[in-house]
Design a binder for this molecule. Structure first.
Ligand code: EPS
Length: 360
């Protein structure tokens, strides 16, 4: 038993959709909790005016009855309210009438750092919009909705996931960048508490929890670096300063008083809080554009300028939290299985009662 996530949707198309497979039956979902995460993702300093146009809320089309999962695929939808300004430009069908509104002129000046150039070359496009619409981080809205569902599942086995921005003086950096018509990135941290030992496996690289978390985080738009625990810093330390000694409480349970490993050893959770960080590059749409080449004429030019964020680091924290939650929920489904929530929770309880561990 595992969890699956399929998504579709363009930034200015009608909607974003996600299908979550592999949920147990009987999980209670709270629409307000999902919408609260969607709202958190939209907040944050330095976001685009686009966020004033959108008020992301989740719609459920399948897999839920009276607020409880059916154990069948859960279909989630987040509408793009801005689509009304792109009805010609992003019509899924051949549009009627003369080109009008946003998206009606082809994008031929690719932005360094976005998928515009690579996507145009890869798919043989004459309008880079065909690439950038899907590459856009708008997609993260529906991933956050799926992450909120994963968090509900994790809560049933007492795992809580939270996030924060690690970058210092972010607001000041954003103000300076905005004044210079530039953009900035930053670092976010996700911490999961209550993760029992034994999620993931050293048996093969695609089962390693650290590899899976790294892939989940690196799969978020604009993420260029990921580290777990002390990460890159460990490379410069001695072994005696890099590993978390194993200690025993009076009640017989085991614990560590450091957590350099970030809660994962050998690709398996070790019972300590799971700590992951992701580094976001500065966003590629600059109001003072970088040099580019017009793909239609071959002439040098300046990259596409369109409405965008100065920074989306606070949004990344929420998106990274969702990505880590989904991956942990997937690992928990693999370990504890069960068609119903009761079976899932029952397997978890029997396991944590058997091992010498309690939540740190
Ligand atoms: C994005 C460009 C901007 C961001 C968008 C991601 O979109 P627009 O051009 O419509 O202003 O606002 O992010 C979102 C819409 C969102 O909801 O996070 C990009 O190119 O990646």
């Amino acid at each position: 038993m595992t969890l699956t996530l399929s998504t579709a949707g363009e930034s200015h198309g009608p909607a974003l959709v996600a299908i979550v497979g592999g949920l147990p039956a009987g999980l209670v979902l709270d629409r307000d909790a999902i919408d609260a995460d969607l709202a958190r993702r939209q907040q944050g300093y330095g976001r685009s005016p686009r966020q004033q146009l959108e008020q992301d809320t989740v719609e459920v089309l399948a897999g839920l009855r009276h607020g409880r999962t059916l154990g069948t695929p859960l279909a989630l939808v987040v509408r793009n309210l801005d689509h009304k300004n792109w009805t010609w430009g992003m019509d899924p069908w051949p549009p009627e009438g003369e080109p009008s509104g946003k998206g009606s002129k082809p994008v031929t000046l690719p932005r360094p750092g976005h998928a515009d150039l690579a996507g145009s070359l890869k798919y043989g496009l004459r309008d880079a919009r065909d690439a950038l619409e899907r590459a856009s981080a708008r997609q993260t809205a529906v991933a956050v909705a799926a992450g909120a569902v994963a968090k509900a599942l994790l809560a049933s086995i007492e795992i809580a996931v939270e996030s924060r921005v690690v970058t210092e003086e972010l607001e000041a950096r954003i103000d300076e960048a905005r004044a210079d018509r530039d953009t900035v990135g930053g670092v976010v941290e996700v911490v999961a508490r209550g993760v029992p030992p034994g999620l993931g496996s050293y048996a093969s690289k695609d089962e390693r929890l650290d590899a899976r978390l790294a892939a989940a985080l690196m799969g978020i738009q604009a993420v260029k670096g990921v580290e777990l625990g002390a990460g890159f810093e460990l490379a410069g330390r001695r072994g005696s300063e890099a590993h978390d000694e194993i200690l025993r409480r009076e009640d017989g349970t085991l614990y560590r008083d450091t957590n350099f490993a970030g809660g994962i050893e050998g690709g398996v959770s070790n019972g300590e809080p799971l700590i992951a960080r992701a580094a976001m590059k500065p966003l590629p749409t600059l109001m003072r554009p970088l040099r580019s080449v017009d793909l239609e004429t071959g002439e040098p030019g300046e990259a596409l300028v369109e409405r965008s964020d100065v920074a989306a680091v606070e949004a990344l924290a929420v998106v990274a939290e969702a990505a880590v939650a989904f991956e942990l929920a997937r690992a928990a489904r693999e370990k504890f299985g069960g068609d119903s929530l009761d079976d899932f929770v029952g397997a978890w309880r029997a396991y944590v009662e058997r091992i010498p561990w309690r939540m740190p």
